[in-house]
Design a protein around this ligand. Structure first.
Ligand code: URP
Ligand code: ZN
Ligand code: ZN
Length: 473
C-alpha cells in the first residue's frame, strides 16, 4: 500500500485504545493504522515522542458576530487560524437571523462570512429567534444539512430571546425530525430584576464589574436548566445545554439523564480553569461573559461531571472582543461586550489542567474534545476519531513542551487573553486537516479559504429518521 503521507512513530489515540505506530494517509483520508507502514513516495511526518490525537472540534464558536453594539473581533480568517494553532480542525458557529431574516438567510449570511477565509472545516447551528416566523422553516433547514438549532433564554435587547412556548414547541419538532435543540439557559425575568435593582450610579461606582458576578447567582442558570429539562422530558425532544457553568446545573442534568430524559450538556474550558475572583482585578470587565464565571466549587463539580459522563463536551464559546471593545462599558457592566477569546487555547488548557492536572485521562480528553462532539453534532465517523475512512484531521502534541500564552504571538485578533502568562502544554506542533499540514512547528502554514462547509444528516445520540438531505445528495 502506498501513502501520500505517513505520520510516523507517535502514540496514536484511536477509539480502540492507543498504540505507538503510524497513521497512513491517502488524499484527505486515513487509510491505514499500524506499525512500520511503508513510506516509499510518502511525505513522512515524524511524531516520535508525541501524542497523535484527532483534530479537536469546537462546537460552540461565534466569529464576526454582531453583538452588544459591536462585532466580535475574530473573523473566519483569524478565528480559524487560531483554531488550527490550537489543534482544532472543525468548528461550529451559530447562524443568527436578524430582523426579517429567514433561517435560510441566516445560513447564507454565515456561509458568506466563512467563504474564502476559513482554514478549517466548519458548519453552523441555526438560531431560532422568532418562533412564529421560523417554525415552518425548521424542516427545510434539516433537509439542507443543518440538524442543530439554538434558542437563547436571554438577550431580549438583541432580539434573540425565546420563551417557553418556543422552546417547548421546538423540542416537539426536534423529536419529530431527529434534530437537536441547543439552549442558552439563564432565567431572563429574574436576571432582569436583579440587574435593575443593582443598576444605580452608586453601586456601579462601588462595585464596577463585580456587579456582573453579583447579579448572576447560580440559581439564574439552574432554574433555566430545570425548565428546559422539563420541556425536553415532556416532549421527548433532544436537548443540549450549552456552556453549563454551575454545580446545580450539573446535578439537574445528571438527575434528568438518570430518568432517561434526552438531555446532553457541554461546558466551556473557562468554567473549568477560571473563577469569578477575576472580577476583583482592575481589568475584571475583560472577563465578562454569559453565563458568568462561577466559584471553584462549580468548576470542581463540572470536572467531576466530565469524568462521570454527565457533561459530554468541552467547548469555548469563543466570542472575542479587544480591549478597546471591552472599554465600551465605561463603568456600566450591562454595556460590556460579553465573551472572550478561546479557540487557540481549548486544547492546551484541557490538556494541561485536565490531563497533566490528573483530572482526565488522555482517552477522556479525546472523548470530550473530539469523539463526543463529533457524534453528538452528526459529524462522526467523518470527524472526531482516528480510524480508517475518517478525514485525516490530526493534532500532534508534545506531552510536556510548554508555551507561555502571549497575545502578541497568537493568531487571534484579541490583544489580551484570559490566560495571559499561563504556561501551557498541548499546543499543536503539527495540525493536519483532511490530510494537509496546516500547522507546522507550532506555526500556521495552511492557506485560508481551504476550509469546507460540513453538511450533516442528524444530531443527538438517537438514530436519525430516514430522510434525503444535502449531505446525502
Ligand atoms: O458571553 C457570551 N457567551 N457571548 C456569546 C453569546 C452567548 O451567549 O453564547
Ligand atoms: Zn450563550
Ligand atoms: Zn455562545
Amino acid at each position: 500500500m502506498r501513502f501520500d503521507r505517513v505520520v510516523r512513530g507517535g502514540t496514536v489515540f484511536t477509539p480502540a485504545g492507543s498504540f505507538v505506530g503510524d497513521v497512513g494517509i491517502r488524499g484527505e483520508k486515513i487509510v491505514a493504522l499500524g506499525e512500520d507502514l511503508p513510506t516509499e513516495g510518502a511525505q513522512v511526518i515524524d511524531a516520535a515522542g508525541h501524542y497523535v490525537i484527532p483534530g479537536a472540534l469546537d462546537v460552540h464558536v461565534h466569529l464576526e458576530l454582531p453583538f452588544c453594539g459591536t462585532v466580535s473581533a475574530d473573523d473566519y480568517r483569524s478565528g480559524t487560524r487560531a483554531a488550527a494553532r490550537g489543534g482544532v480542525t472543525t468548528l461550529i458557529d451559530f447562524a443568527i437571523p436578524y430582523a426579517g431574516d429567514t433561517l435560510n438567510d441566516a445560513a447564507d449570511a454565515w456561509l458568506a462570512k466563512a467563504k474564502g477565509k476559513a482554514l478549517i472545516d466548519y458548519t453552523f447551528h441555526i438560531c431560532i429567534t422568532r418562533w412564529a416566523e421560523h417554525r415552518d422553516q425548521i424542516e427545510g433547514m434539516v433537509e439542507r444539512g443543518f440538524p442543530t438549532f439554538k434558542e437563547f433564554m436571554i438577550y431580549e435587547s438583541e432580539g434573540w430571546q425565546s420563551d417557553d412556548r418556543a422552546m417547548f414547541s421546538t423540542l416537539e419538532k426536534m423529536r419529530e425530525l431527529g434534530a437537536m435543540l441547543l439552549v442558552h439557559a439563564e432565567s431572563a425575568r429574574v436576571l432582569d430584576e436583579l440587574i435593575e435593582r443593582h443598576h444605580t450610579p452608586e453601586l456601579m461606582k462601588e462595585h464596577g464589574a463585580r456587579l456582573h458576578r453579583m447579579t448572576r447567582p447560580n440559581f439564574i442558570e439552574a432554574e433555566a436548566i430545570q425548565r428546559a429539562v422539563a420541556w425536553s422530558e415532556a416532549t421527548g425532544g433532544q436537548l443540549y445545554i450549552v456552556h453549563m457553568s454551575t454545580a446545580e446545573g450539573t446535578e439537574i442534568v445528571k438527575a434528568a439523564q438518570g430518568r432517561g430524559v434526552p438531555v446532553l450538556a457541554e461546558t466551556c474550558v473557562q468554567y473549568l480553569v477560571l473563577d469569578d475572583s477575576v472580577f476583583d482585578r482592575e481589568d475584571g470587565h475583560l472577563f465578562a461573559c454569559c453565563p458568568q464565571l462561577k466559584k471553584p466549587a462549580d468548576a470542581e463539580r463540572l470536572w467531576k461531571g466530565l469524568k462521570d459522563g454527565t457533561v459530554s463536551v468541552i467547548s469555548t464559546d469563543t466570542c472575542t472582543f479587544s480591549r478597546e471593545q471591552k472599554a465600551m462599558w465605561e463603568g456600566d457592566w450591562t454595556k460590556i461586550p460579553m465573551g472572550m477569546p478561546g479557540l487557540e487555547t481549548l486544547l492546551p488548557l484541557t490538556y494541561t489542567h485536565g490531563v497533566l492536572g490528573g483530572r482526565l485521562t488522555m482517552g477522556e480528553m479525546v472523548e470530550k474534545l473530539c469523539t463526543n462532539p463529533a457524534r453528538i453534532m452528526g459529524l462522526h465517523p467523518r470527524k472526531g476519531a482516528i480510524q480508517v475512512g475518517a478525514d485525516a484531521d490530526l493534532a500532534i502534541l508534545h506531552p510536556t513542551h510548554k508555551i507561555a500564552v502571549d497575545p502578541a504571538q497568537m493568531e487571534t485578533n484579541a490583544d489580551w487573553s484570559p490566560f495571559e502568562g499561563w504556561e501551557l502544554a498541548g499546543f499543536a506542533r503539527t495540525t493536519l486537516s483532511r490530510g494537509e499540514v496546516i500547522v507546522d512547528d507550532y506555526r500556521v502554514v495552511g492557506q485560508e479559504g481551504r476550509g469546507q462547509w460540513l453538511p450533516r444528516t442528524h444530531a443527538g445520540l438517537r438514530p436519525a429518521p430516514e430522510r434525503q438531505t444535502a449531505a446525502a445528495e
